[in-house]
Design a protein around this ligand. Structure first.
Ligand code: NAD
Length: 305
């Protein structure tokens, strides 16, 4: 299948690499020329604008950072909407239901069918093709793209016909991910203050009912060696929490916990932490409480502080 792909960042790079390795022909575009070059070296063809991508491919996927960038790529001056060949548009980004619906409506008027297919699992799952993908939109388009999506993710769920429902579900998932990472960071700092070691706490929590993706994956991979490099920026998590709470606000759904969690991520942004990995949210709790977890603290023995 001739594919187009716009947005070759932390997620786009490994996803396109997999598609190329599986024998797909992919036309790529990104404002970051180095990202384009890396994939051209692996066999992709480059296009200067999203419009060129959509003139070269029937199916175009995007993996972009923000709702504004999705709107610009899809509907802007040199956007996909002006291409001559595109028949199917797939948004893998977390861009929210509002943007998804706006873009899908505009593309529909040009005869393009859209599905939202936001992904979960991080950079490692993107590289191994084991992402979870939540798909919404026209069922026939989903069926036509099912094999392709199976190359990208191993856990594919068809959420329903309504465009945007995949996005809404992804925002709910990420609100929970943001909550559990912040809550685990806070709780582990308390444990450290109580004199508990990080390895011991993680071992027990991950064999018990307090476990989460944060305690099973994010924290063990980033905190013991203090690398804070899971592959998802704080500003992107903050964007997802905001989008989720905007959807709640529009429906006047009360979000007591969600709003507290939003304050934590907003605070990280005010402290200049937007470009840091989201695992670095731990730094806030450490600083407020005068302790450090992991290597620098040599705290893995469980010894008292
Ligand atoms: P990223 O910032 O690393 O990559 C985005 C890419 O889009 C960059 O290469 C950037 O140059 C490019 N871009 C931005 N504006 C553009 C434009 N106007 N035209 C062309 N290219 C443009 O972000 P990411 O981490 O790869 O995330 C992409 C999307 O996937 C986001 O919506 C994010 O929330 C979501 N997501 C990320 C992860 C993760 O672990 N990183 C996991 C699940 C979902």
């Amino acid at each position: 299948m001739q594919l187009g792909f716009v947005g070759l960042g932390a997620m786009g790079q490994p996803i396109v690499s997999r598609l190329l390795a599986q024998g797909h022909s992919v036309v790529v575009c990104d404002v970051n020329e180095a990202a384009v070059r890396t994939l051209v070296a692996k066999g992709a063809t480059s296009a200067a604008t999203p419009m060129e991508v959509a003139s070269a491919s029937e199916t175009v996927l995007v993996s972009l950072p923000t709702p504004d960038s999705v709107r610009a790529v899809a509907l802007g001056d040199k956007g996909l909407i002006h291409g001559t060949r595109m028949k199917r548009y797939v948004d893998l980004s977390t861009s929210g239901a509002k943007t998804m619906t706006e873009v899908a409506t505009a593309l529909h008027a040009k005869g393009v069918s859209s599905i939202d297919a936001p992904v979960s699992g991080g950079v490692g799952a993107a590289a191994s093709g084991t992402l979870a993908i939540m798909v919404a939109g026209d069922r026939a388009t989903f069926s036509a793209l099912k094999d392709l999506l199976t190359t990208i993710g191993s856990r594919l769920t068809y959420v329903g016909e309504e465009v945007g429902h995949g996005q809404s579900l992804k925002l709910i998932n990420n609100l929970l991910a943001a909550t559990s990472l912040a809550a685990a960071s806070e709780a582990l700092v308390l444990g450290r203050r109580l004199g508990l070691g990080l390895d011991t706490m993680l071992e027990v929590i991950n064999a018990s009912s307090g476990r989460s993706f944060a305690t099973e994956k994010i924290i063990p991979q980033t905190v013991p060696q203090r690398t804070f490099d899971f592959g998802f920026r704080t500003e992107l998590m903050h964007k997802d929490v905001r989008l989720c709470l905007d959807e709640a606000e529009n429906l006047q759904v009360s979000m007591w916990l969600g709003n507290s969690v939003k304050q934590v991520w907003s605070h990280a942004m005010t402290q200049g932490g937007g470009k840091k990995d989201f695992s670095a949210i731990l730094h806030l709790f450490e600083a407020w409480n005068g302790v450090q977890l992991g290597k620098a603290a040599n705290d893995d023995s469980g010894a008292a502080r």
